[in-house]
Structures are given as C-alpha cells and as structure tokens.
Design a binder for this molecule. Structure first.
Ligand code: DOR
Length: 307
C-alpha cells in the first residue's frame, strides 16, 4: 500500500488531505461526519481580531461550474475562536491550521501574537480574500504589500509554527508574488483563494450577490489552480505548497500533487458532500498505486520531470 505521509514545512501529516479554509467554520460541524483526527488537517475559516457579521445577503450563488461567495470574513473574532473552536480541535486530535485575516499589517501581527502560545500546527496568512472593503486590502495582489505582511507575521509568530501565505489567482504574475513572500520568510504557500467573479440574477435583473462581486470556487477554477501550483513550484521549488481549487476526487488531488503540491485542501466539494475529504484520501491512494508510486512524496512535482 502507498505511503501517504507528507509534510508542510516542519509539520508532519499522516496524509495529504485537509479541509480548505471557509468550508466549515472551525471544524466542529465536520465532527458529525468523520473523525477530524483522520484527516491530514483542518484549516479553519479565516479569523479576524473582532467578531464580524460579514457582507449583505444573499452571499452565495451557484453556477453550473462553480460557487460564488461574498461572505466578507464573517466570524466570532480571535478571543472566542481561541476559547471555543481551537480548544475543540485540540481535544479531538486534529492537526490544526489556523487562517488569519487582517485589514492591515498591525492586525495580522496582533493575531499572530494572540496565537503565539496556542496549540496550533501551522498559520495560514490570508492576504487574498476578494471580499474586502477595498482592492488595496488584497495584499497578495502586490509583491511589496504581500511581503510586508508576511515578514511582520513571521517576526511576531511563534518561531516553531510555520507560516503559509495564501495567494490569489487574480494577478498577472503569481510567480513574482510567490518569490516575494518566500524572501519575506514564508515557510510555504497556499494556492489558491477564490477567483473574483459575479453573477446577474435574471429574475431581478440585478447582481445576484448583495456584495455584487464574489469569489468563484469549485470545478471552474481547478485548471487555474493547477497552473498556479505549477508556476509557483517552478519559481520556488524548495517551498512546500498546499494546493486547492475545485478538488472533488482523488484524481483531481493527484493533478495538484504532480504539479508540485505537498498536500491539498478540499473546499467547495465539502458543501455537497461533507465526507468528501475522507473519500479523497482513499481515492488518491488508489490512483497513486495504479501508477506505481510507492509513496506520495515520490509524486510531488513529478510532472516537472523531463520524460
Ligand atoms: O472567497 C473567499 N471568501 N475567500 C476568502 O478569503 C474569504 C471568504 C469570505 O469570507 O468572504
């Protein structure tokens, strides 16, 4: 049988399948469907300093190829998150990746400080949410803005906790952004956040989402995500990548691994089938075995090798 163990920087994982940020608040909801300790890890919904109610409703729209959301970083705020959600994840043995989001560098730094002594495995620094007040707050659109946030978080966070920068596909040169956050001290990169999009409601003849634009996820963005993983792996081959975007089968996951991801996150597929991440672990094992891979790590970045 195939050895599925992998790692994200210094964090060892039993298998490479995690949930994606936002597909569950902090994982509790998934506990009724499977044992959260059996996954590679849980990535929590991006948390901010204060409780937030998010954007105006409606804030989800389905299209035949993917889902749009304009949630706007709704959440309980860091204090409640630490007291309730983080505790639950630890008590249940989950590998925990905490996603943080801020309006500015100071907020990111304060979040990293709050989490300094908490039982977390990895920090995902979400500098790419499309549903923020201004485009200038999508720090991952600009190499300099991205590197400022990442270097400040790297200095403030517990040195034993790796930090991953989460990037957006809405840029002309994702490799340039990746190099910039790598130089700023990111220990890895999460690819990709949702793609900016919108839907018009043909009954109201108006934008379907209260926030007008939203982030597109699901099958529609998978080839975009695979391309980003490929380009970033080429630009910074030593950096571990966590790949995501429209994964709903083991075959989908394998594409990301071959393009250069060490592990993958499952997001939109969880809304349709909460057990999808567990199913994908088994499917990925079968797909690897079928192709003669003895271990997952042998397959990471394999598509880059000359034939
Ligand atoms: O699509 C997204 N929606 N990406 C994020 O990073 C945050 C989320 C939201 O809360 O709007």
């Amino acid at each position: 049988t195939v050895d599925l163990r992998t790692s994200l920087a210094s964090v060892q994982l039993a298998n490479p399948v995690l949930t994606a940020s936002g597909c569950a608040a902090a994982g509790k909801e998934l506990g009724q469907f499977f044992d959260v300790a059996d996954l590679g890890g849980i990535v929590t919904k991006s948390i901010m300093m204060r409780p937030r109610s998010g954007r105006a409703t409606p804030r989800m729209a389905e299209t035949p190829s993917g889902m749009l959301n304009s949630i706007g970083l709704q959440g309980p705020g860091i204090d409640s998150f630490i007291a309730n959600d983080l505790k639950w994840l630890k008590d249940n043995g989950a590998r925990t990746v905490v996603s943080i989001a801020g309006h500015n560098t100071d907020e990111f730094v304060n979040l990293a400080k709050r989490l300094y002594n908490q039982p977390i495995d990895l920090l995902e620094v979400n500098i790419s949410c499309p549903n923020v007040e201004s485009r200038g707050q999508v720090f991952a659109c600009d190499p300099l803005a991205a590197s400022r946030v990442i270097s400040a978080v790297r200095r403030a966070a517990n040195p034993n906790v790796p930090i991953f920068a989460k990037l957006t596909p809405d840029v002309t040169d994702i490799a340039a952004i990746a190099r910039s956050v790598a130089d700023a001290g990111a220990d890895g990169i999460s690819l990709i956040n949702t793609l900016l999009g919108m839907v018009i409601d043909l009954d109201t003849l108006r934008p379907a989402l209260g926030g007008i634009t939203g982030g597109l996820s699901g099958p529609a963005i998978r080839p975009v995500a695979v391309r980003c993983v490929w380009q970033v792996h080429q630009a910074v081959p030593h950096l571990p990548l966590l790949g995501m975007g429209g994964i709903k089968t083991g075959r989908d996951a394998l594409e990301f691994i071959l393009a250069g991801a060490c592990a993958v996150s499952v997001g939109t597929a969880v809304f349709h089938d909460p057990t999808a991440p567990m199913r994908i672990i088994g499917e990925l094992r079968d797909e690897l075995a079928l192709r003669g891979f003895a271990s997952l790590t042998d397959a990471v970045g394999f598509a880059h090798k000359s034939a």
